[in-house]
Design a binder for this molecule. Structure first.
Ligand code: IMP
Ligand code: MG
Length: 193
């Protein structure tokens, strides 16, 4: 297979290569949506809980890949600033209300240290949902990510810093329609850390 073409604009912004192109992501998101419908469509309400901010693009596409009644309830967790390594997870704002008896799916764009998902699974796990799943688009191949319980994973990827499709570096690149690898030299960082 040919390597996906890297659009010139994004190359100029410091993107080194495409890791997952738009078509590949779209096909996998459709599969995840179908899987969720098959597993959960029993008449109970389904609530997707995207983790702000990075999960919004994935969650918006995922919900449109689910031809059933779906609600959205947002939760906000901060873990990264201008750094590229995890700094732990802190929830800001309220937990979603009225989840009792419903099928709940926590949706995040990437599983890295697992701090975000562990925190939310614990907190949301106390809200008496009928079922609770975690669905992430990407999971990094590192020990912490792989040991974090997670029911649905779109893609397992190398343990490198990626941006696009909701993922940012210091607030930028969320609107890049594919997942790409940032050239760390271009942001003044030689290696991860
Ligand atoms: P965790 O709590 O360490 O698993 O990190 C989860 C959050 O960190 C994600 O929801 C992202 O917002 C952010 N994150 C982790 N890895 C990356 C990356 O490679 N690029 C951009 N953001 C990342
Ligand atoms: Mg996030």
């Amino acid at each position: 297979m040919n390597a996906p073409v890297l659009p010139g604009y994004w190359q100029e912004q410091g993107i080194e290569r495409v890791l997952l192109d738009e078509a590949t992501i779209a096909a996998r998101v459709r599969e995840l949506g179908e899987q969720l419908c098959n597993e959960l469509d029993d008449g109970r309400e389904i609530v997707l809980i995207p983790v702000l901010t990075g999960a919004i693009i994935f969650a918006a596409d995922l919900m449109r890949a689910m031809p059933t009644r779906v609600r959205f309830s947002l939760v906000s967790v901060a873990s990264y600033g201008a750094a590229i390594t995890s700094q732990g997870a802190v929830r800001s704002g309220a937990l979603p209300a009225n989840l009792a008896g419903k099928h709940v799916v926590i949706v995040d764009e990437i599983l890295d240290s697992g701090a975000t998902i562990r925190l939310l699974r614990k907190e949301i796990g106390e809200l008496n949902a009928q079922s609770l799943r975690v669905c992430v688009l990407l999971r990094k191949q590192n020990e912490k990510a792989l040991s974090t319980p997670c029911e649905m994973v779109g893609f397992d990827i190398p343990d490198i810093f990626v941006v696009g499709y909701g993922l940012d570096y210091d607030g930028s690149f969320r609107n890049m329609p594919f997942v790409g690898v940032l050239n760390l030299a271009s942001i003044g960082m030689g290696s991860k850390g």
